[in-house]
Design a protein. Structure first.
Length: 289
């Protein structure tokens, strides 16, 4: 085990996924820097991490000592240079935009050593395309976590065209160290999980659009009939309808397949700001945290 590599890391982006990744890494004993351009976003992320830990304490799954230790390992930052200084491992969890992610990694590469591992939490964007223009693309790969990160076991390790085997192996070791189960996927649009999951989610939305059944009944069919832990429409609310729309549009273009054509209902709900849990309204009503 590379002990130095796993003592410290930086998470870029304090939204839903970034705060979740920071949570599990800090809980695993790592000194974790949580960065975002706006410090208030970092503070909101920390509040949600604390709320999640508080819930764990109330359920008897987390001790008060572990809660405080986990929070004590997280450092907040809105200064990119300071956030990545001396870190051996960087995980990016910025919004799903090729241009945004590439721009962010260009800035990061200028501020870290050539051995620093760079990982992106993208759920669908090509790892090989993201690494275009990188000085050291061999140290870059995808690490696709699932929401909520502290509960979901799976992490997709996505091996790009230029990713070194040693980078992949260290990412596998890291993933197991934080208590997650990795699978290895070659770089391909949608990887394994998004490509399969989005098809189910889009078809469920088409069924609602056509009046086949209510969202709760469609979800119940998959939970009780196929033993899915959660129905596709509830999952869409948790992921975010805007995120699902972006993935569908990307996969439709990259795979040239009508199977990924976004339903009009999905596009309309996104345009109306009904994005799921984060806005309080999607296919279900949610209490906004």
């Amino acid at each position: 085990m590379n002990d130095d590599l796993f003592k410290k890391l930086t998470v870029l982006g304090a939204g839903t996924m970034g705060q979740g990744i920071a949570h599990v890494c800090a809980a695993a004993g790592m000194q974790t820097v949580l960065y975002d351009v706006d410090l208030s976003t970092v503070d909101r992320g920390l509040e949600r991490i604390r709320a999640s830990l508080d819930k764990g304490v109330s359920l008897g799954k987390v001790t008060e000592e572990d809660r405080e230790a986990t929070l004590g390992r997280i450092t907040r930052s809105s200064d990119l240079a300071l956030a990545v200084e001396g870190t051996p491992f960087v995980i990016e969890a910025a919004p799903e935009s090729m241009e945004l992610k590439q721009r962010l990694f260009r800035m990061v590469e200028q501020r870290v050593g050539e051995d620093t591992i760079l990982a992106t939490n993208t759920s669908s964007i090509s790892i090989s395309q993201l690494s275009t223009g990188m000085e050291f693309p061999a140290r870059f790969l995808g690490m696709h976590f699932f929401n909520p990160v502290h509960i979901m076991d799976l992490v997709e390790i996505v091996w790009g065209e230029h990713t070194a085997e040693s980078t992949r192996d260290l990412a596998l070791e890291f993933t197991r160290l934080i208590g997650k189960e990795p699978i290895v996927v070659r770089d391909s649009p949608g990887f394994a999980s998004s490509r399969l999951g989005i098809i189910l989610g889009l078809e469920a939305i088409r069924m609602v659009e056509a009046g086949v059944a209510e969202p709760a009944d469609i979800d119940k069919a998959m939970v009780l009939g196929y033993r899915h832990p959660m129905g596709p429409l509830r999952l869409t609310d948790l992921v975010g309808l805007d995120v699902r729309l972006g993935i569908a549009e990307y996969l439709q273009k990259e795979l040239n397949s009508d199977s990924f054509q976004p339903p009009e209902l999905l596009k309309r709900m996104v345009s109306e700001g009904k994005l799921g849990k984060k806005t309080g309204q999607g296919f279900y009503r949610w209490e906004v945290e």
